[in-house]
Each structure stands twice: as C-alpha cells, then as structure tokens.
Design a binder for this molecule. Structure first.
Ligand SMILES: NC(=O)c1ccc[n+]([C@@H]2O[C@H](COP(=O)([O-])OP(=O)(O)OC[C@H]3O[C@@H](n4cnc5c(N)ncnc54)[C@H](OP(=O)(O)O)[C@@H]3O)[C@@H](O)[C@H]2O)c1
Length: 334
C-alpha cells in the first residue's frame, strides 16, 4: 500500500515557499504485531511548525530534511494488530502531513470521547489551540472578571477562543485582526472592540479603544502589537506571551520593544508559556470549554482546505491571514 507524504526538502530562509516542500509516495510496510494502519482524515497546520523548519535547538526538535513532516492528525484505524485499537476507531496522532501511516500507537489517542463533536475540533478548539487559549488565559494570566483583555491574532485558532473565554468570564475584550471580514466576525461572536491592524497603525488604534487601559494582554503577534499593548497596560498588568507570528519569518533578529522601560514603571509581569506544560489541565479544560460550547458562549470556526496537495498552501496561508478560526486540511471528499 502506498502513502503520500509531504517532506521538507530545503529549509526556508525568511518566508517559506512551495519550493521548500516535496510530495513523496512511499510503500508502507506490512503491519507487525502491535501496530495499526491509520487513514488520516483531518490534518492541522500551525504557526509553531515554522520554527521547526529552522535548524535550531528549541523546545521541540527541528524537522529533518527529506523525512515526513509531523503534526497533529485525526484519522481512522483501517487495520489493527493491536488489541487496544479497533478498526473504525477515530484517533489523534502526531503523524500529520500524510494520508496513511503504519506505526505502534505510542502517543496515539483514541477519540471515542469526541462522539458529540466534529472530529476536526480535536485539532482546534477541543485540542492543542484550545488548551493554549484556556491555560494561557486562566493558568498563566490569572484572568479576573471585569478586567480588560486585549488579544492579538484574535480571529485565529487560539485568539478567537481566548476572546470568547474571556467574555464568558466577564471580561471586556478587545481584539486585533487583519481584515474587515475578520473584524465583523469577531464582533458577531461578542468581542467589544476589534481593530483592523492592516487599516490603521495598531499603536494609535489601540490607544483609541483603551481609555481605561489593559489589565491582561494575550500576545500572539509580538513586535508592533506588543509595543502597542505595553503603552496601554495598567499598573501591575499581566502580559501572556503565547507567540510572535510577526517575527517568525524575519531574517534578522528584531530589537526589543522600544518601550521596555515602561515595564518597570508600570510594574508589569510578562510570562511566556508552552502549552505542553499545561497538559495536566486537559480534563478541566475539556469540561469547561465543552460546557461553554453547549451554552453557546464559544463558537467554533474553521477554514477548511481539501486535499493533501493543499497542505502547503494552507500552511503558507497562516502567514498571510488566509484562515479565520482553525486552519484544517480535510483529506477525503465525503
Ligand atoms: N505558546 C504555545 O504553546 C502556543 C501554542 C499554540 C499557538 N501558539 C502561538 O499562538 C499564535 C496563534 O496561533 P494560532 O494557531 O491561533 O494561529 P492562527 O492565529 O490561527 O493563524 C495565524 C494568524 O496570524 C495572523 N498573522 C500572520 N502574520 C501576521 C503578522 N505579521 N502580524 C499580525 N498577525 C499576523 C493572521 O491573521 P490576521 O489576518 O489577523 O493577520 C493569521 O491568520 C501564534 O503565534 C502561535 O505560534 C503558541
């Protein structure tokens, strides 16, 4: 049986492009005792994957050249020589960027508990991005009701959940996003103020909607957005450093925020975090977010591309604002 998989054939310098990837077709081995054969149905593309394309030491090892890329995937077991996994069972794995895979199911999670939800949500709101939003807001940021929250990248997988969770917790929520359509959608789902940072400079626009300052800034963008937020933070405000997508494709290491000294005067706390350190909260997060979905306080949005040959475009689209909500690639057309 053949598997189609995407490999990194060269490391991007600056912005990645289609030339950095190649589609390879390989023969799968016969199933051995203990192994399963899985057909992937949904694949995820996430900004952190850009960091893994650089040959640098980080919290996850770099992708190897000319090897299948890795990432979250939801699929169905089609053959099983492992009594813990039945044929037809949905599973979540790290064997993304490919259609079929054979492996021992180490680290593979059964999705039997997703029967009330679309399975792709295990890659978004009920998966890693959702836990990032929930743990960043509640465990890192210690959000209090009635606070003012600013979240950048607000229409993305993490940002849209951050804003909705903060609203559900009683906060006033301000977001930034890169198009009028995204602004309109964020207002529809309850954001109090939304800035289109492509239309007006973020620093000026944020000042206009934060007469009472910001208590908690959830930073997905870094750079210009971090500077704008520091300007407007209240004394003893908290900044949750989740990501800095503005900087992922920059060739030169950017200089620090130009208003660093304000962190001292305002006695701000800035804390970075990586979601995997918060996996122990998985059950609490699931209960909380599923409850809010049930009450209509969290709306799930996805941008779905179809076909493995669209995987690279979907990934590149993360850096040009193609997605609203979670970017997903669906492999079968049924
Ligand atoms: N710390 C952790 O453990 C952790 C876990 C997951 C994700 N993250 C980080 O969280 C952030 C959001 O991730 P996500 O999965 O939710 O991605 P996402 O927001 O769904 O997708 C990326 C979005 O970022 C925006 N963007 C791209 N380039 C930008 C730029 N130069 N300036 C401003 N905005 C830009 C685009 O929206 P616009 O149209 O609005 O520009 C794009 O749609 C990323 O920084 C990611 O690395 C961190």
């Amino acid at each position: 049986m053949k598997s189609s998989q995407l490999q990194l054939c060269s490391r991007p310098e600056g912005h990645p492009s289609a030339e950095n990837f190649s589609m390879v077709h390989v023969d799968l081995p016969e199933l051995k005792e203990g192994q399963i054969l899985v057909r992937n149905e949904f694949l995820t593309v996430d900004p952190y994957m850009r960091g893994r394309m650089n040959n640098v030491k980080s919290y996850v090892p770099p992708f190897e050249l000319n090897q299948p890329l890795e990432g979250g995937a939801v699929g169905f077991v089609v053959e099983s020589k492992n009594s813990a996994f039945k044929v037809g069972e949905p599973v979540l794995s790290g064997f993304g960027w490919r259609d079929l895979w054979v492996a021992e199911p180490k680290g593979v999670i059964s999705l039997k508990n997703m029967e009330d939800y679309p399975l792709s949500w295990a890659l978004g709101t009920l998966g890693m991005p959702g836990l990032t939003a929930w743990s960043g807001l509640h465990k890192v940021g210690a959000l209090q009701p009635n606070e003012t929250v600013f979240v950048s990248g607000a229409a993305g997988a993490v940002g849209s959940i951050v804003g909705q969770l903060a609203k559900a917790h009683g906060a006033r929520v301000i977001g930034s996003a890169g198009s009028q359509a995204k602004v309109d959608w964020l207002k529809e789902i309850g954001f109090d103020e939304v800035i289109n940072y492509q239309k007006q400079p973020i620093r000026k626009a944020l000042a206009e909607v934060t007469a009472k300052g910001i208590d908690l800034y959830f930073d997905n963008v870094g750079g210009s957005h971090l500077e704008a937020a520091i300007d407007r933070m209240n004394v003893k405000g908290r900044i949750v450093l989740c990501g800095a997508i503005e900087q992922y494709n920059q060739l030169e290491r950017p200089s620090g925020p130009d208003n660093m000294i304000m962190i001292v005067g305002k006695q701000l706390s800035l804390k970075g975090f990586i979601v995997s350190s918060y996996n122990t909260y998985h059950n609490q997060f699931q209960e909380d977010v599923r409850g809010l979905i049930g009450k209509g306080q969290v709306t799930v949005q996805e941008t779905v591309s179809e076909g493995l040959d669209q995987m690279v475009n979907a990934f590149l689209g993360l850096f040009s604002g193609h997605n609203t909500g979670k970017a997903i690639v669906k492999l079968s057309l049924n």
